[in-house]
Design a protein around this ligand. Structure first.
Ligand code: 13P
Ligand code: SF4
Length: 301
């Protein structure tokens, strides 16, 4: 029996669903029941009626699944699958920031710990951040955290004054406007699509054709008729793009843009996770209750 067949068998036995983020290893994506961005996977986790949710993603995604669907067992196959961006703010730091701005509305990106979400009024993902901020009454101050590049992008798009937490994603922040300029010169005429966590997307917005969530980028890739597209995000996404549209060439702006956290999860980890019931993600009840309010507003938006 192949490893893939063993996983499918164990998945069946445990009545499990396998969710995978767009940055996961190709072989993990190929085996998953659903592959997508943070918002899509949050919705899939929330709606799931399976006993077990195996999350091939990173810890904040598995925590979100547990908060939105607390009756299910949620497994993260490797506990080293964290997120450098989520680590850039703690609940204590957020409480101190809130004290400096009493009455402000706290908008927390989904890339945060459950403790931080519990201190937020509403969560957002890269695909609905603009919409969420637009829904905040105009007379209210906004604290946006923790990604300053996404925050700056939303600020430009909405025209809303917002206080931004100075956090960034170690993978996306490395992509600079100069990288984009170079790629544009080397590949004239190729459209550029970028994730809003990229430094280059906000600082050189006029040179980017579309700023999109990972699923937004995949949809663009599927529909484009361009012979080549330049892609500014983590390279794991190229697998889906190439599968969905084999006639376009997808060129990464930086082939070294690899998220080490996303790559922690292997097929062996997934097999072991189902066989050994590891690693169960739990969120303390009070934290989950508060975080759920912010997450349900995100999912409903
Ligand atoms: P998406 O919600 O666009 O998939 O982004 C998640 C993420 O971690 C990007 O680094
Ligand atoms: Fe976190 Fe960046 Fe990895 Fe996304 S790419 S999971 S934001 S470290």
């Amino acid at each position: 029996m192949t490893l893939q067949e063993e996983i499918l068998r164990r998945k069946e036995e445990r009545d499990a669903v396998l969710l995978a983020h767009n940055y996961q290893r190709p072989e993990v994506q190929d085996l998953a029941d659903y592959v997508g961005d943070s918002l899509y996977l949050s919705r899939k986790a929330m709606e799931s009626d399976r006993s077990v949710i195996v999350f091939a993603g990173v810890r904040f995604m598995a925590e979100t699944a547990k908060i939105l669907n607390p009756k299910r067992t949620v497994l993260l196959p490797d506990l080293k699958a964290g997120c450098g961006l989520a680590d850039s703010i703690t609940a204590e730091q957020l409480r101190a920031w809130k004290k400096e701005h009493p009455g402000a509305v706290v908008v927390a990106y989904i890339n945060t710990s459950a403790d931080v979400k519990a201190e937020a009024d509403v969560c957002c993902t890269s695909s609905n951040a603009v919409k969420i901020v637009e829904q905040v009454p105009p007379d209210r101050e906004i604290l946006f955290l923790p990604d300053m590049f996404l925050g700056e992008f939303v600020r430009k798009r909405t025209g809303r004054a917002m206080h931004l937490w100075v956090g960034d994603c170690p993978v996306h922040a490395k992509l600079r406007p100069e990288d984009l300029e170079r790629a544009r010169t080397e590949h004239p005429g190729a459209p550029v699509i970028a994730h809003p966590e990229c430094g280059c997307a906000t600082q050189a917005m006029s040179t980017v054709d579309r700023v999109l969530s990972t699923d937004g980028m995949v949809r663009f890739a599927e529909e484009t008729r361009a012979p080549e597209v330049l892609v500014a995000t983590e390279v794991g996404i190229l697998h889906r793009m190439e599968k969905l549209n084999p006639s376009t060439r997808f060129t990464p702006i930086d082939a070294g843009a690899i998220c080490p956290y996303m790559k922690e999860i292997t097929l062996e980890d997934i097999r072991d996770s189902l066989a050994l019931d590891q690693y169960r993600i739990e969120v303390p009840e009070e934290t989950a209750r508060k975080a759920r309010v912010a997450l349900e507003r995100m999912v409903a938006a």
